[in-house]
Design a binder for this molecule. Structure first.
Ligand code: FES
Length: 576
């Protein structure tokens, strides 16, 4: 018994696609004749929902290299259930190659998703994503368009391996790069790590941004139960894709769309899960943006409040030990959700018409080394203070506990080029107590708020054995990164946030327990510095970059475009 039992099916004439194919009009003749050009016959579409399969495959995105095959599995399910699958390529936004940062293009893919769904004869859609930005982008577009959708996550890749050591995406690259810079790793070993760290299809297999966002998509109710934990190479993953294809046809008939099951409570659940899995700080920006599309306000304090009460329930890298393959075999996300008890609102509905509670009922933990109570509270803290009036975040679970209360002199880099030029200078005035500050790394300043927030450490300190320092920026940090990194400082320096006024030698006080970040400079002195400050020249004068700079919001607002927030409905396109 699901909610579908009380929800009547639409007639074929009530489907969106009927407006394109069903009418006795010249324009419909054109649509039908072009469908026939593609080899389809009337039997292929008459009386059937048309299901878009938005495929973010690209040779430029190795995390999605299996999507050509996966799309065929989804089509099989759609055909079995009596729908017509239509595969639609969308921008891939691969994390590895896209410069200056994939984040610049998250909103581009979100807009493409919304407009592809709106402008075409689609009754429902399967969204294929997984590499970091693709999940929030596809879901942001789907929330704005609001037709039935189901999310098929790419699945994590298998564990990496080097000389018997398990390697985790990103995390072990940073770790061994520091060892190499400190002169403790040979060139030969470094090349072997390159061979072994990414050895199968799928997204990064640490609890980085990709794993965090696909877990969040599942928690929100966009994916089948357990879908996000299945490794991409596991045959269960293909079966999940086919099941998703079958379900979306039913959802098309029932018009079961995001606004029917996504609520403010769904987003509270998503934040709670982000904290319980020790998820990526990037999820904060993405969740605010996604919620904004649904008309749900998520102030940063909401993350802090939930972080304080929800325990960390998974021992996953980069904060812990294990990888996604271990998480899957330990019971995966359903087991963790079931173990969250009162911290989850179980009556939230999901894409299969059942509640979250029904979906996870009886889900067991099979390995308590992986899924267990690791800490009493979540992994992320929201900071306030005169250095970040609109907030900043720190993933304290991935930081050196000794640095969580720290006062030290700022060592300021004006931008990333300045950091690259000076960081390894033997004469750099840096000590283990220094607080590394990077400016101009936010949404406007970088541009695109790249993952520069885990600033590399000065070489001379690495050689002394230093492996963590307090670092502060208006950038984000990869979900696979770690260290005492204060991120998302808002307002950013490029728009005149207080970060812009920091000078080398200023004392900065970080107190994670008190949730404060303070620049120990008088208000009078800061006012003087502000008079002398002028904004940097904008990065773009034309094109998409100009659109981005003109409309992107700050980190605490989700970095969505201001004109894409929830608002009056956009009408269906006229067909003449
Ligand atoms: Fe695609 Fe990490 S590079 S998820």
């Amino acid at each position: 018994m699901t909610i579908f039992d009380s929800r009547p099916k639409r007639s074929p004439e009530e489907l969106r696609s009927w407006r394109w194919f069903g009418r006795d009009e010249l324009r419909s003749f054109g649509h039908r004749s072009r469908a026939k050009q593609a080899g389809l016959d009337r039997e292929d579409w008459e009386g059937k929902p048309v299901i878009g399969i938005l495929n973010s495959w690209s040779d430029l995105n190795s995390c999605h290299m299996h999507f050509k095959v996966l799309a065929e599995q989804i089509k099989r399910g759609v055909l079995q259930a009596g729908g017509l699958p239509m595969e639609v390529p969308v921008m891939s936004v691969g994390e590895s190659y896209t410069k200056p940062t994939s984040m610049l293009y998250r909103n581009f893919l979100a807009m493409e998703t919304e407009e592809m769904l709106r402008s075409n004869p689609l009754d429902a859609a399967v969204l294929m994503g997984g590499c970091d930005k693709t999940t929030p982008a596809l879901l942001m577009g789907a929330l704005s368009m609001d037709i039935p959708v189901i999310y098929v996550p790419a699945g994590p890749m298998l564990r990496g391996n080097w000389r018997g050591e398990t390697l985790g995406s990103g995390s072990d690259a940073w770790k061994y790069w520091d060892e190499k810079r400190a002169g403790k790793l040979s060139e030969e070993a470094w090349c072997e790590i390159e061979d072994g760290i990414a050895r199968s299809p799928g997204h990064c297999m640490t609890m980085g941004t990709a794993s965090t966002m696909t877990a969040i998509a599942e928690t929100l109710g966009f994916s089948l139960p357990g879908a996000s934990s299945i490794p991409a190479s596991d045959s269960n993953h293909m079966r999940m894709a086919t099941q998703s294809g079958r379900l979306i046809v039913e959802n098309a008939w029932r018009d079961w769309k995001p606004s029917d099951f996504i609520t403010a409570d769904s987003f509270d659940n998503a934040i709670a899960v982000d904290m319980a899995i020790g998820g990526s700080t990037n999820a904060i920006v993405h969740l605010i943006a996604m919620a904004g599309r649904a008309g749900v306000a998520l102030p940063l304090e909401k993350f802090d409040e939930i972080s304080r009460r929800v325990p960390l329930m998974a021992d996953m890298r980069p904060a812990g030990k294990f990888l996604m393959e271990d998480f899957y075999f330990a019971g995966g996300l359903p087991a963790l959700l079931n173990a969250m008890g009162e911290h989850l609102q179980r009556d939230c509905l999901t894409v299969n018409g059942r509640s979250l509670g029904e979906n996870i009922e009886g889900a067991e933990i099979y390995n308590e080394k992986v899924i267990r109570k690791v800490a009493d509270s979540g992994g992320t803290t929201v900071l306030r203070g005169n250095l970040c009036p609109d907030g900043a975040v720190i993933k304290h679970s991935a930081a050196d506990p000794k640095l969580l209360k720290h006062t030290g002199p700022a060592l300021v880099f004006e931008d990333y080029a300045d950091l690259k030029a000076r960081l390894d200078d033997p004469d750099l005035d840096a000590t283990p107590d220094s607080v590394l500050v990077l400016k101009n790394a936010g949404p406007q300043g970088a541009p695109g708020m790249p993952e520069w927030g885990m600033l590399p450490l000065p070489k001379k300190l690495l050689e002394q054995g230093v492996r963590d320092m307090v670092r502060i920026s208006d950038a984000r940090m990869s979900g696979t990164s770690y260290g005492t990194c204060v991120l998302h400082v808002a307002p950013e320096s490029a728009v005149g946030g207080p970060l812009a006024l920091v000078q080398t030698g200023d004392l900065i006080e970080l107190d994670v327990a008190a949730r404060t970040l303070a620049l120990k400079v008088s208000d009078e002195e800061l006012a003087e510095r502000r008079k002398a400050w002028s904004p940097p020249a904008p990065h773009y004068a034309r094109g998409y970059g100009k659109l981005y700079l003109d409309h992107v919001t700050q980190a605490n607002e989700g970095c969505d475009f201001d004109f894409l927030h929830h608002g009056p409905d956009t009408p269906e396109p006229a067909i003449y």
